[in-house]
Design a binder for this molecule. Structure first.
Ligand SMILES: CC(C)(COP(=O)(O)OP(=O)(O)OC[C@H]1O[C@@H](n2cnc3c(N)ncnc32)[C@H](O)[C@@H]1OP(=O)(O)O)[C@@H](O)C(=O)NCCC(=O)NCCS
Length: 170
């Protein structure tokens, strides 16, 4: 019954398409953000991932959000000093008060224009009511393309794993 009420409240919010909250962030890699080998620090990439993901989550939910979980992150290619780091984020799926955002990170060499994929990360946010500070329902996500539908399905599988880790297997 409680879940039914939450679903009704969510439906009242009206859906938003994926494109409405898709976000992009770019930054040039400076010496203060690099290790002694001149490569962008992993911790800085994680910070940028959180920021880029939060932009899409804020835009979609139209509310404050907090990070509930970040799936494992691996770094496939380093980003070097002087390169441009590009982060692309989009909402993959909305659950009830939470939503999953996917972030892809690329490096761009300013001299050659070569782009390399560095990281893919999945970040889950919970929308928070500004007055009660409690989780609040998020508007449904409208998925149109085959790619958006695939991301939607895969986000469901990842959520099962996350919740099993957080709350234990049910
Ligand atoms: C995230 C947080 C709000 C969840 O609170 P909670 O009391 O566990 O709330 P609930 O059990 O009602 O869960 C709320 C939602 O979070 C989801 N959730 C909680 N933990 C999760 C996790 N590890 N992974 C994915 N989703 C999670 C729940 O599934 C639920 O989503 P749904 O409504 O879409 O089904 C709370 O743990 C918190 O405030 N954590 C700290 C957040 C923070 O400070 N982040 C860093 C700075 S922004």
């Amino acid at each position: 019954m409680k879940r039914k009420k939450a679903e009704d409240a969510r439906a009242d919010l009206g859906g938003k398409p994926v494109g409405a909250s898709r976000s992009e962030m770019t930054e040039i890699v400076l010496p203060a953000q690099t290790n002694p080998l001149g490569k962008l620090l992993g911790g800085h990439v994680m910070h940028l991932v959180d920021m880029a993901a939060a932009m899409a989550a804020h835009r979609h939910s139209g509310s404050y959000v907090v990070t509930a979980s970040v799936d494992h992150i691996d770094f496939r290619n380093p980003v070097s000093l002087g390169e441009i780091v590009i982060l692309k984020s989009q909402v993959n799926r909305v659950f009830h008060t939470s939503l999953e955002v996917g972030v892809e990170v690329y490096s761009e060499n300013v001299l050659t224009g070569e782009k390399k994929h560095t990281t893919t990360a999945y970040v889950t946010f919970v929308a928070i009511d500004e007055h009660t500070r409690l989780p609040k329902p998020v508007p449904p996500l409208i998925v149109n393309t085959e790619e958006e539908k695939k991301r939607f399905r895969e986000a469901g599988k990842r959520r099962k794993l996350r919740l099993a880790l957080r709350y234990g297997k049910k």
